[in-house]
Design a protein around this ligand. Structure first.
Ligand code: ADP
Ligand code: ASP
Ligand code: MG
Length: 409
C-alpha cells in the first residue's frame, strides 16, 4: 500500500464530465489499497476569469483581496470533486488550504509555503477517506488567505507530498509527460521517460510552464519522487529523478522558451565605477527582476552601452525609470523592445560535450534568425531573438540536436 499525492490541473477538472472521469480514476487507485491525497486546481479558465473581474474594478487589484477572490476557484473544484467521489461510492473529504494549515508567508499573490500540519489529513487517510485539497492557496500567520503564484497547485501538491512523506507525487495534466519542448510549438517533440531535477528546474525557470518552478525546487530539496502524466490517457509519464539515476546522458534534454521578455538599452553612458549600480539600482528598488545583462564598451572607449531584459509586464515601468536615469547620467539614448523572446537549450550533458553553442548559432543562422543576446551557464544556453522567430527557432534547434525520436507525438 502506498501513499500517493495526485494533482489534477485546470483542464483535467475543466467540466463536470472531466471531474467525474478523474474521480473514477482516483477511486480505482483507492480500491487498489492506496491512500490518496488529491490536490486540485480551479476549473480551466476560472483563475483568468476571476483576475479579469478584479481588474474591471481596480487595474492593479489589492493583492490581499485578489487572493480572497482567486482562492474561490479552487474551493469550487474541491467541493465538486468530493461530491463526485462520494457519488461514485468513495469516501472523501475536501479542505481549503487554510483548513489543512498550509502556512505561508504574507507575500500575497506569490506566497511561499513555510509549513504544513499534516495531522488532519493523516487522520482522514487512516479511516479510509480520500482527502481532496485546494491547490494554489494557503494562509499566513495572521489568518489571511494567500495564493502561491500562477501554476501554484503543483507546489501545493509537492509540499503536501513532502509533509506526508508520500511515496510519490503525481502531476496529472493535459500532456502525457515532459517533452523535449512544448508539443504545442513543435508537434514532433518527444516525451522524456526521465529528466533530472536540475534540468527540470532550468526548463521551468526558462519558461516551460508544465511545472511551477517552486514545485521542482521543493521536490529536489525534499527528495519527493515526482512524475508528470496525463489525466486523459494511461501511461508512465515522465519521472523527475536524481542525476545519478539516469544512465545515458543526452547532450541536450530539452528546449525551453519564454515569450514574456522585453529588453532595454541605454547607450553612451560614461564608463565609470558605479554606473551599473546607478542603472539597475532603481529597477531593483522597484522590485523589477532583471534577467540577462550585457555591458559593452562603445567605440570611443570612454562610454559604455548597457542592455538588460525584464518581464514584459514590467517593461513600461522599467522604460520610464531608465529614461530618467539616462537624463541624470547624460546618456546618449534609450532604446527598448518588447517583441522579443528567449529560447534556451537545457541539458546536463552540456558539461561534457563541446561545440553545443556553435551548433546552436549555426542552426539559427541557417534560418536567417538574428541573435540579439546570448547568455550561458553550466547546463543551459539562452538566446534572445525577435518574437516572430520563436516557432521557427525552436523547430530548427529541435532538428539540429536530433531531439525528435521514433516515439514522436
Ligand atoms: P495544468 O493546467 O494541468 O497545470 P499547464 O497548462 O500548467 O497544465 O501545463 C501543461 C502544458 O505545459 C502543456 O499543455 C504544454 O503546452 C505546456 N508545456 C510547455 N513546455 C512543455 C514541455 N517541455 N513538456 C510538456 N508540456 C509543456
Ligand atoms: N488556478 C491557478 C492558476 O491558474 C493555480 C494552478 O492551476 O496551478 O494559475
Ligand atoms: Mg500548471
Amino acid at each position: 500500500m502506498a501513499l500517493i499525492v495526485q494533482k489534477y490541473g485546470g483542464t483535467s477538472v475543466g467540466s463536470i464530465d472531466r471531474i467525474k472521469a478523474v474521480a473514477a480514476k482516483v477511486k480505482s487507485w483507492s480500491e487498489r489499497g492506496h491512500q490518496l491525497v488529491v490536490v486540485v486546481s480551479a476549473m480551466s479558465g476560472e483563475t483568468d476569469r476571476l483576475i479579469a473581474l478584479a481588474k474591471s474594478i481596480q487595474p492593479r487589484p489589492s493583492p490581499r483581496e485578489l487572493d480572497v477572490l482567486l482562492a474561490t476557484g479552487e474551493q469550487v473544484t474541491i467541493a465538486l470533486f468530493s461530491m463526485a467521489l462520494e457519488d461514485a461510492g468513495c469516501q472523501a473529504r475536501s479542505y481549503t488550504g487554510s483548513q489543512v494549515h498550509i502556512l505561508t508567508d504574507s507575500a500575497h499573490n506569490k506566497a511561499r509555503i513555510r509549513d504544513i500540519d499534516a495531522a488532519r489529513v493523516r487522520a482522514d487517510l487512516e479511516v479510509g477517506r480520500v482527502v481532496v485539497i485546494a491547490g494554489f492557496q494557503g494562509v499566513d500567520e495572521q489568518g489571511n488567505i494567500t495564493t502561491l503564484g500562477r501554476g501554484g497547485s503543483d507546489t501545493s501538491a509537492v509540499a503536501m507530498a513532502a509533509a506526508l512523506k508520500a511515496d510519490e507525487c503525481q502531476i496529472y495534466t493535459d500532456v502525457d509527460g515532459v517533452y523535449t519542448t512544448d508539443p504545442r510549438v513543435e508537434p514532433r517533440a518527444r516525451r522524456l521517460d526521465r529528466i533530472t531535477f536540475e534540468e527540470m528546474l532550468e526548463m521551468a525557470s526558462l519558461g516551460s510552464k508544465v511545472l511551477q518552478i517552486r514545485s521542482v525546487e521543493f521536490a529536489g530539496k525534499y527528495k519527493v519522487p515526482l512524475r508528470v502524466l496525463s489525466s486523459f490517457e494511461e501511461g508512465e509519464g515522465t519521472l523527475i529523478s536524481l542525476e545519478e539515476e539516469i544512465v545515458e546522458q543526452a547532450k541536450i534534454s530539452g528546449i525551453a522558451f519564454n515569450r514574456d521578455e522585453a529588453k532595454l538599452t541605454i547607450l553612451g553612458v560614461p564608463d565609470q565605477p558605479g554606473v551599473a549600480h546607478k542603472i539597475l539600482g532603481p529597477i531593483s528598488d522597484a522590485n523589477i527582476e532583471v534577467d540577462m545583462i550585457i555591458q559593452n564598451i562603445a567605440a570611443d572607449e570612454k562610454t559604455t552601452d548597457f542592455t538588460f531584459t525584464v518581464n514584459r509586464n514590467d517593461y513600461p515601468r522599467a522604460m520610464e525609470m531608465l529614461r530618467s536615469t539616462a537624463e541624470t547620467l547624460s546618456a546618449k539614448q534609450v532604446l527598448g523592445d518588447n517583441r522579443i523572446v528567449k529560447i534556451s537549450l537545457v541539458g546536463v550533458g552540456m558539461r561534457s560535450h563541446a561545440g553545443i553553442a556553435s551548433t546552436m548559432f549555426g542552426a539559427l543562422a541557417k534560418e536567417g534568425i538574428n541573435i540579439r543576446m546570448i547568455s550561458t551557464s553550466e547546463i543551459k544556453i539562452s538566446v534572445v531573438v525577435d518574437e516572430k522567430y520563436l516557432e521557427l527557432g525552436v523547430r530548427a534547434l529541435h532538428e539540429a540536436f536530433g531531439l525528435a525520436g521514433e516515439t514522436a507525438a
